[in-house]
Design a protein around this ligand. Structure first.
Ligand code: GLY
Length: 353
């Protein structure tokens, strides 16, 4: 009950209504606690909108339903929209809230590992447009983000693990987290004591992201380093999205990071070995048929459309050891193809497939 009570304390005192927009299928006993807490804090002044989560929400067609709900629940500029779900839900609900009446206040209570450590933080909202990701969106910081790892109990194992790729990324970017943060990562255990530790660890990881965001909210420069591993990761995700066995975002990012480590291994061998093993253990490649690795040509064509690119150059983030990211570095097609080929051979020799 303490965590639900803590959420109630965070609600802005002057919010005339709260609309709790939540994903279906969440843990009933946790929902009950938050329901009681909202009843206690805002009797008669809050409502629920329950939605199916997932990528389908990140479409323009999902917006009218959200706007209709905001209208029918009588939300005003003083109201608060509380999103509760994965990253797709907070992205879409965040965008709808940012547009309605020129901007409602929004807060996030993420329920997936990925959203807890990354998507809910830093104010990015967004939906896709004509097949390209996050083409429509805003930077709208939430009033607060409330973490409670108890939501992870009903999350499929594969999704819980996939989000840990961003935990590795934050540790790579911040030497104060570094290897220790990952070595101490708790094994999965749905007991309440263990979940409290998960909440603390995820919070710590997300705070390091916020240090980057605070310095460059609109991603004019340094925030781009949060894309570590994502240039190749997004390309892998896009490649498999078109197959019968799509990869989760975190799984693709884990492979993108492992490719980066492969490139860095001569300058920081110990760190790279440790991280490669950590990723292979905590975010295993999907257990789906993988007849062959994506070819470099296909990946490059996705990378060439990455929104970080400037004037047709593929831009990426390089890594030189704990806390040492370099942005921007330009990628060349021929060099990428050669390195990707060597990476795939090394994965095959290691018996990864
Ligand atoms: N997920 C990267 C960012 O928020 O900038």
């Amino acid at each position: 009950m303490a965590q639900a009570h803590a959420l109630a304390q965070l609600l802005p005192a002057d919010a005339d209504r709260v609309l709790w927009v939540r994903e279906s299928g969440l843990a009933p006993e946790v929902l009950e606690e938050y329901t009681d807490a909202l009843d206690g804090a805002r009797p008669g002044r809050w409502d629920v909108l329950e939605l199916e989560g997932g990528e389908a929400l990140k479409r323009w067609e999902a917006m009218p339903h959200l706007f209709d709900a905001f209208q029918s629940h009588g939300l005003t500029r003083s109201s608060l929209v509380l999103s509760c779900g994965g990253g797709a839900l907070s992205d879409a609900v965040g965008l709808a809230a940012a547009m309605w009446k020129r901007g409602l206040r929004v807060a996030h209570m993420p329920t997936t590992t990925l959203a807890m450590v990354d998507a809910a933080w830093g104010g990015k909202t967004g939906i896709n447009w004509r097949g390209s990701k996050n083409q429509l969106g805003t930077f709208t910081l939430p009033e607060f983000v409330h973490l409670d790892a108890r939501w992870l109990v009903t999350l499929p194992d594969r999704e819980r693990r996939a989000g840990l790729a961003e935990v590795a990324k934050h540790a790579m970017l911040h030497s104060h987290l570094g290897q220790t943060h990952l070595e101490d990562w708790p094994s999965w255990d749905p007991s309440l004591d263990a979940l409290e530790i998960w909440t603390e660890k995820l919070e710590k990881s997300s705070q390091s992201k916020m240090a980057v965001v605070d310095a460059d909210l609109h991603e004019r420069g340094t925030r781009a380093q949060l894309n570590l591993g994502h240039t190749v990761g997004h390309a892998v995700e896009a490649h498999y999205a078109a197959t019968a066995h799509p990869w989760l975002h975190g799984e693709a990012v884990a492979l993108g990071l492992r490719f980066l480590l492969f490139q860095t291994k001569d300058s920081a061998p110990e760190a790279c070995l440790f991280l490669d093993r950590w990723l292979a253990t905590h975010v295993p490649l999907p257990n789906t048929p993988l007849t062959q690795w994506p070819d470099a040509e296909s990946l490059w064509s996705h990378m060439a459309h990455d929104k970080k690119n400037v004037a047709d150059q593929v831009m990426d983030v390089a890594w030189h050891g704990w806390g040492k990211a370099e942005w921007p570095v330009m990628l060349e097609k021929s060099a990428f193809e050669a390195t990707w080929g060597r990476f795939v051979r090394s994965m095959e020799e290691a018996g990864t497939i």
